[in-house]
Design a protein around this ligand. Sequence first.
Ligand code: SF4
Length: 163
Amino acid sequence: MKILVSSCLLGEDVRYDGKNSSIAMGSSFTFSAKEIFMDILCTNEVYSFCPEVSAGLGTPREAAEIVSIEKPFKVMTQNNEDVTIPFLVGAKQALDLCNEEEITVALLKSKSPSCSNKMIYDGTFSGNLIEAQGLTARLLSENGITVFNETQLSELKKFIKTA
Ligand code: SF4
């Protein structure tokens, strides 16, 4: 099965801070989570994608949060730069890739203003999380692509088995 995966989860240094969120090498993941992840990687066709880098935002870059979670969306950096357009461009590029390659499932990084499928920071840069999706995860979901995050690897594995 074809799966879109956040590049940072695959170990690519594309995060805003120039680091990655590698599942395979990260100390915050259990051995069992790593095993499931490696099994998914080895038995499926993985498309690595970072919407923010794809849209031209450099690495490292300023941290950004969504300050308006409904249309018209607004994404701002901590220093008050409006980065809404690149975030929307990255989301559209992710959707275009899924449509071109007929990808129907994604494994995306939690808590990211682009990739999160459940919770994001509330736009005040104070560490508070709210229930909302990142712009890429939201656009993919709205277009019928099922999005999981790195805490839902067992669910993703089950989904792949029954697809
Ligand atoms: S935009 Fe997504 S893939 Fe890129 S660094 Fe952030 S969470 Fe990872």
